[in-house]
Design a protein around this ligand. Structure first.
Ligand SMILES: *[C@@H]1O[C@H](CO)[C@@H](O)[C@H](O)[C@H]1NC(C)=O
Ligand SMILES: *[C@@H]1O[C@H](CO)[C@@H](O)[C@H](O)[C@H]1NC(C)=O
Ligand SMILES: *[C@@H]1O[C@H](CO)[C@@H](O)[C@H](O)[C@H]1NC(C)=O
Length: 227
């Protein structure tokens, strides 16, 4: 009985481990870095001052590109700079992102704003070029996006598979929990029965002993009272 219970316990723990690792893969996002950028025009009013370019996706933080100061210079990055990564992609749904130039007096200048999609990373090297005429040419890098998109290519099929897998796991876990519960209940009941039988036996034996004692007491009783 105990061996069967430990086997079920192992099944239960294994199921949970598999379920947790599956969900962690689905939750973590793909990191997007800026590989290179070249700016063709700046919008500075004062000719001597340097522009401040930043990247931003709607609802996310600004990422200032501290080195990008000159026009027509191709800036290339390693992806490890202090301000990297630019953003993270969690699924194939697009985000509204853009490059902007900070303005001291008026509101920030929009260099370009577009739909930033994981599906644009369709090259095997994980790169994606966004070119805006007379403004800039930027190359983004996201190797994980390639796998993300490939995975979603068989989209509905794959999703159903994942769902079925998860439901299967949940069913397996529920079944093991139920079986464990029943086994535990039966074990407890059997143990209780055994205990009860032992107690009854003990009481029975005690009754005999007590019976002897009572007889002894009865034998001695009247004498002691008489004294
Ligand atoms: C955005 O910036 C704030 C403050 O600088 C920081 O606390 C937060 O973690 C940042 N969020 C992201 C997603 O980087
Ligand atoms: C990659 O995406 C771009 C833009 O979305 C498209 O023009 C191009 O044909 C795609 N290439 C492949 C190999 O799918
Ligand atoms: C943009 O930059 C990439 C990478 O530096 C380059 O391969 C591409 O030809 C450029 N495109 C234009 C239109 O300048």
């Amino acid at each position: 009985m105990i061996r069967r219970r430990s086997v079920l316990m192992v099944v239960f723990v294994l199921s949970w481990t598999i379920l947790l690792s599956c969900s962690s893969v689905l939750v973590s996002g793909a990191v997007v870095t800026l590989d290179s950028i070249q700016v063709f025009k700046t919008h500075e009013w004062i000719p001597s001052s340097k522009p401040t370019i930043f990247f931003q996706c709607k609802g996310e933080n600004k990422t200032v590109l501290p080195d990008v100061k000159e026009k027509h210079v191709l800036y290339t990055f390693k992806g490890e700079e202090s301000w990297q990564p630019l953003t993270e992609v969690r699924d194939i749904k697009c985000k509204r992102c853009g490059f902007y130039e900070k303005e001291a007096i008026k509101s920030d200048e929009v260099l370009d704003e577009w739909e930033f999609c994981a599906s644009d990373f369709n090259r095997s090297d994980g790169k994606y070029v966004h070119f805006k005429e007379r403004e800039f040419n930027a190359t983004f890098l996201c190797l994980e996006c390639v796998t993300l998109v490939q995975a979603s290519d068989h989209s509905s099929n794959k999703k159903n598979n994942i769902n079925w897998m998860q439901w299967g796991l949940i069913a397996a876990i529920s079944a093991s929990v139920t079986v464990l519960f029943i086994v535990g209940l039966v074990t407890a009941y059997k143990y209780w029965q055994k205990r009860k039988r032992q107690q009854q036996q003990a009481r029975f034996l005690k009754l005999f002993e007590e019976g002897d004692d009572i007889e002894d007491e009865l034998g001695i009783g009247p004498l002691s009272h008489g004294i």
